[in-house]
Design a protein around this ligand. Structure first.
Ligand SMILES: Nc1ncnc2c1ncn2[C@@H]1O[C@H](COP(=O)(O)OP(=O)(O)O)[C@@H](O)[C@H]1O
Ligand SMILES: [Mg+2]
Length: 349
């Protein structure tokens, strides 16, 4: 019988479909038809895990991937991994959480909140993020003790009013990287990919990504969020976006050339630092995050998942992981993405 697939949502549909049609598969459009061989959807609520037939079917989300892809989930997973490794092995893991993520506190955890308030020095800039959102939505910056006191008071009041209904969406606060490395004066982050190709046995693959730049030159004092958040979704709101669009996404090759030429001499970096050092750091961090959850992920033959990893680099050339995203954007709206995204999808398929 011919292998059939179902694709839902709008993210990367043509790419996924094309790769499967090339293999001679047939697309089905009935979302209730459970006879598919492969289901590729944006949101895991579209997968009926009850009727999933292990070994016969493939679905593109691991049911409890929030352990990695929710901001709170990732912090908890890394903390727990560090704690457990310390007790069972008598030493911390090779990478420490503080080497991976900028210092982070859970705003809705009493102890964490207290630690944050003890750590915070008036005038420092921190970034406050809702834990279950993406594309820069709901993010704001905190720049003073006064702003923090106001935020905490407001949250407590709102929570009080909601006592009987559902709780507020939880938030984390994170030390703002105040010295981002700039490319031609602009802030950037790196989007790379992690494919968990198989969960029994585990097969985890790194896929190189691209660089996302802001439209405007970086100024740490600017209160406009477009200066601080490099998400495409946010950058598209910049009035200049249309004119500079092609320059908001760079290939890793272009990034590597830029670093070789403009940064390496001054910072004394080895040749091809991007491929020889940065990429390895990103892979180490990716594997560390995977190791922190590998005993907890729900594994079945046929579960796979593709994640988008966000990284930043500061002027000390320190690499930071920012977050792990489920359902990473697969659109090819810039030239630089036309080389990256199709190969991410084809390799996954
Ligand atoms: N600690 C940080 N310091 C400086 N900039 C940050 C920091 N965390 C996030 N950013 C910027 O904000 C953007 C969005 O943050 P992120 O954690 O990826 O949330 P989202 O899920 O909304 O994309 C990042 O792409 C980066 O440009
Ligand atoms: Mg992000």
């Amino acid at each position: 019988m011919m292998s059939t697939f179902y694709i839902g949502g709008g993210n990367g549909v043509a790419l996924v479909e094309g790769a499967l049609l090339n293999m001679g598969w047939k697309r089905i459009v009935d979302k209730h038809d459970e006879r598919y061989k492969l289901k590729w959807v944006e949101c895991k609520s579209k997968i009926n895990y009850q009727s999933f037939r292990e070994g016969e079917q493939l679905v593109n989300h691991i049911p409890n991937c929030h352990l990695l892809t929710n901001k709170l989930g990732l912090v908890n997973s890394l903390q727990e991994y560090e704690r457990v490794t310390l007790t069972t092995k008598g030493r911390p893991p090779r990478l420490k959480m503080s080497d991976i993520l900028p210092e982070t506190y859970k705003l809705d955890d009493k102890n964490d909140r207290e630690s944050f308030l003890n750590t915070y020095k008036d005038g420092e800039m921190w970034i406050c993020k809702p834990t279950g959102m993406n594309q820069g939505k709901g993010i704001f910056l905190l720049r003073s003790q006064q702003e923090i006191d106001k935020l905490l008071l407001e949250r407590d009041e709102k929570q009080q009013q909601r006592k009987t209904s559902r709780p507020l969406m939880s938030r984390i606060v994170q030390r703002y990287i105040h010295n981002p490395l700039l490319l031609d004066g602009r802030k950037f982050d790196i989007r790379a990919y992690m494919l968990i190709a198989s969960t029994t046995p585990y097969l985890v693959v790194y896929h190189k990504g691209y660089v996302r730049l802001s439209c405007m030159p970086y100024d740490g004092d600017d209160t406009n969020l477009t200066t601080h958040l490099t998400n495409q979704y946010i950058q598209k709101k910049d009035p200049n976006y249309k004119d500079v669009k092609e320059d908001t996404a760079w290939s890793m090759d272009k990034f590597n050339d830029y670093i070789n030429e403009k940064v390496a001499p001054e910072k004394n970096l080895e040749p091809n630092w991007v491929y020889n050092y940065l990429t390895k750091q990103m892979q180490r961090m990716m594997l560390h995050c995977f190791n922190s959850v590998k005993h907890k992920l729900q594994c079945k033959m046929g579960y796979f998942d593709l994640y988008g990893l966000d990284f930043m680099v500061d002027t000390d050339m320190k690499v930071w992981m920012i977050e792990i995203n489920v359902n990473p954007a697969l659109s090819t709206n810039c030239e630089a993405l036309k080389d990256v995204i199709p190969s991410v999808v084809e390799d996954a398929i």
